[in-house]
Write a protein that binds this ligand. Structure first.
Ligand code: PRP
Length: 181
């Protein structure tokens, strides 16, 4: 698996250091509000599990699974809910926890959907953002790292469902995902 990585973009140490900062900031800004962290499956799970360990205030977690219709690695902009939240978020302070914002279509849909449920607040915390790919403008309150337009894997992010367990963010070697005609 490690042999498929062209280069390491963000090391394990850099990830942990930045996630600790985010945890501290969230703890300060949500003090007294008992936030609900909503993890978007599956890519967000490693980020959520580390982030919550750096959050020092009482909080809850919940999960949502979204599928985008469309071929290959491109987000089509058409999404559907595979697993909805367990919690009723009316009046709650909701913080969405994502691994990456690419085109922005997924989060645009989630924001529109969850805002109809009348949360007290609704904000986004994403580990990675790829601004060069954005098609929908989504407000990002907490961003771990802005990254270039490269095919990234690891720390929750997959290619064909593998590499999620890598402890760093790496760039996949092109020969691993370019189809041979
Ligand atoms: C990724 C990521 C976001 C979405 C971002 O999920 O976790 O949910 O794509 O792309 P967008 O900004 O272009 O909409 P993916 O569909 O790969 O599912 P996974 O997390 O289960 O791997």
């Amino acid at each position: 698996m490690e042999n498929d990585v062209a280069k390491i973009l963000i090391t394990e140490e850099q990830l942990q250091e930045r996630i600790a900062e985010l945890g501290k900031q969230i703890s300060k800004e949500y003090k007294g509000n008992r936030p609900l962290l909503v993890c978007i499956l599956k890519g967000g799970i490693l980020f959520l599990s580390d982030l919550m360990r750096y959050i020092t205030i009482p909080h809850e977690i919940d999960f949502m699974d979204i599928s985008s219709y469309g071929a290959g690695t491109e987000s089509s902009g058409v999404v559907r809910i595979l697993k909805d939240l367990d919690a009723n978020i009316a009046g709650r302070h909701v913080l969405i926890v994502e691994d990456i914002i690419d085109t922005g279509h997924t989060l645009d849909y989630i924001l529109r959907n969850l805002s109809t449920r009348e949360p007290a607040s609704l904000r986004i915390c994403t580990l990675l953002s790829k601004p060069a790919r954005r098609e929908k403008d989504v407000p990002l309150e907490y961003v771990g790292f802005e990254i270039p337009n490269e095919f990234v894997i690891g720390y929750g992010l997959d290619f064909a469902e593998i590499y999620r367990n890598l402890r760093y963010i790496g760039v996949l070697k092109p020969e691993k995902y370019v189809t041979q005609d």
